[in-house]
Design a protein around this ligand. Structure first.
Ligand code: PEP
Ligand code: MG
Length: 580
């Protein structure tokens, strides 16, 4: 017999294995009154749960940084910083002290208050992350209740290796832990394909399907399951023909990943002979090594935010140590170090104190923050300059909006050079300075920036969010965040053309550059430098090698006519032919 359940596939790929139902008892929230003289003690119990949850997430973030890269780590850090948000930490404490509620109850009241007030809260950051807030509060409540029932059997003690885990909901932390236990796939009753848990599953290459509300009710423990991430379907079946079909598909997909290895040594040249440069978005030594193995020409994006996660700002010496290491790992290839881009959804560590304003994505973020904190900015620029004496380095300025901002950057850079001269410390006096194009105004006025910049890097993650007014981390508007919107395609094409006319090389370093479905489109639009996470390099390289840009360009020219009333997605599929 075959039973098929459908939801939304988060990542294509096939998983086969026995079901493991992750049935967590719905957390029963204890509600009781705490006597006046025990309230301080209850606050201590709450503080200790906060500390425990913080340590748990911190350890997870550190591990993820090593195993899954900085993108995955950032997702956990988002939760880590929510733990310390006043709405959760301070207000819960006040409820315990003032109303005498036990900690779990006080948290529950706080959660209900946040959810009810979501639309009117002026903390934009919290407001946009309802699902995350619920997960963080649940983590705290579980930590409190597990401490009460010491020794509660934890899933980590079970053998989950090779199973397909079926759960009601999963936090990013759960996804990370399950991946460490080498589960084969995930089926989740709730959640969306754009949630942080889903993003994490994608970066861990873990097949996952979300949005099957009946999954836990219908599927049985240990029954053989097949998960088809492409179609968003789960099959519970003993039908041998279906099983054989999926085993074959699984082998094919494994073979495909292995076959990509042959492209490591290939030159990155299109069918019609156009040379394309590959760069990597990488910070860790092993990421840089993997990228070099795929034939990159440079580290195109070294995000420096991870250095700024503690409440203490990292000093020049600490930063220099990290940058120098990256330069060593890159073995003579240029390393593009981006100056601090804190703010908006990356509002952690010191940024929480430095940033105010009711609309963080449009407020003091990235360069705007650095120009407000010139001492902090100088310290970072001096560290980058010093690293440039150890090997080729380029500096990249995020969130450029006004051409005048570059004059300030140039002036501060000149001061930094003078300071290093006085100290007698070496640096590359021709250090290339680049700018990130991620604000639509900058994308439309490339010619006004080209004079003051040696290179450009277009960040599609932010450019799309600002162009379409759709928060890049808000699941509720994820359907609007569409790279195939005609305005996105037009702006990308215009910006690439404008950069070429000005003679300034432009890379794309947003997620789009690493998504092979968009490679042909970007080539047709004129992109010649792609920068991406190392795990995407070979698939993109293969797509480049198998593309005839002149044919892709003809296809692009047909876009406005929408032949046969194709949807943009169908149009893209036709452009890609049989490739993906
Ligand atoms: C981007 O915005 O596309 C980008 C690469 O920067 P980040 O994702 O770090 O904001
Ligand atoms: Mg950005």
């Amino acid at each position: 017999m075959t039973l098929a359940l459908t939801g939304t596939g988060v990542m294509s790929g096939v998983a086969v294995g026995p079901a493991h139902l992750l049935i967590r008892s719905e957390l029963e929230i204890q509600e009781y009154q705490v006597p006046d003289d025990a309230r301080e003690q209850e606050v201590e119990r709450f503080q200790s749960a906060l500390g425990e949850a913080r340590r748990h997430l911190q350890a997870l973030a550190d591990r993820l940084r090593r195993t899954a890269g900085s993108g995955a780590e950032e997702i956990i850090r988002t939760h880590l910083h929510m733990l310390d948000d006043a709405v959760i930490a301070d207000d819960t404490e006040s409820t315990i002290l003032e109303q005498g509620c036990n900690a779990e109850w006080a948290l529950q009241m706080q959660l209900e208050h946040i959810v009810a007030e979501f639309r009117s809260l002026d903390d934009e950051y919290i407001r946009s992350r309802e699902e995350d807030v619920i997960q963080v509060v649940r983590l705290l409540q579980r930590t409190l209740s597990e401490a009460a029932e010491a020794g509660d059997a934890h899933e980590s003690s079970l053998k989950l290796n090779g199973t397909i885990v079926v759960a009601r909901e999963l936090t990013p932390g759960d996804v990370a832990l399950l991946s460490e236990q080498e589960v084969a796939g995930l089926v989740v009753a709730r959640g969306s394909a754009h949630s942080h848990s889903a993003i994490l599953a994608r970066s861990l290459r873990l097949p996952m399907i979300v949005g099957i509300p009946s999954a836990l009710r219908i599927l049985q423990e240990n029954e053989p399951l097949i998960l088809d991430g492409h179609y968003g379907a789960v099959f519970a079946t003993d039908d041998e023909t279906i099983q054989r079909h999926y085993h074959q598909k699984q082998r094919k997909s494994r073979r495909y990943r292995l076959s990509l290895d042959q492209y490591r040594e290939h030159d990155c040249i299109t069918r019609d002979g156009i040379k394309v440069e590959l760069q990597a978005n990488a910070e860790r030594g092993d990421e840089i090594a993997e990228a070099l193995n795929c034939g990159i020409q440079a580290v195109g994006l070294y995000r420096s935010e991870f250095l700024f996660t503690q409440d203490q700002l990292p000093d020049e010496e600490t930063q220099y140590g990290y940058y120098r290491k990256a330069v060593e790992h890159a073995g003579g290839k240029p390393v593009t170090i981006r100056t601090l881009d804190l703010g908006a959804d990356k509002a952690w560590g010191p940024a929480r104190q430095l940033i105010s304003g009711s609309n963080p994505a449009l407020g003091l973020r990235a360069l705007r923050l650095c120009l407000r904190q010139p001492e902090m900015f100088r310290e970072q620029l001096r560290a980058i300059l010093r690293a440039s004496a150890d090997g080729p380095v380029r500096v990249l300025i995020p969130m450029l909006t006004h051409p005048a901002e570059m004059q300030s950057v140039r002036r501060i850079l000149a001061q930094c050079r003078e300071e290093l001269d006085k100290r007698g410390q070496a640096y590359d006096s021709n250090l290339p300075v680049g700018g990130m194009i991620e604000v639509p105004a900058a994308a439309m006025a490339i010619d006004h920036f080209s004079e003051s910049l040696d290179f450009l890097s277009l960040g599609t993650n932010d450019l799309i969010q600002y162009l379409l007014a759709a928060d890049r981390v808000d699941d509720q508007v994820a359907h609007l965040y569409n790279p195939l919107h005609p305005a996105v395609i037009r702006l990308l094409g215009d910006a690439l053309q404008s950069a070429a006319e000005c003679g300034v090389p432009m890379a794309v370093c947003g997620e789009l550059a690493g998504d092979a479905r968009y490679t042909r489109l970007l080539l047709a639009l004129g992109l010649r430098v792609f920068s991406m996470h190392p795990s995407y390099l070979l698939e993109v390289k293969r797509t480049i090698i198998e593309t005839d840009v002149s044919v892709a360009r003809q296809h692009l020219d047909s876009l406005p006519e929408q032949p046969d009333n194709l949807s943009p997605e169908q149009w893209l599929a036709r452009l890609n032919g049989k490739l993906h």
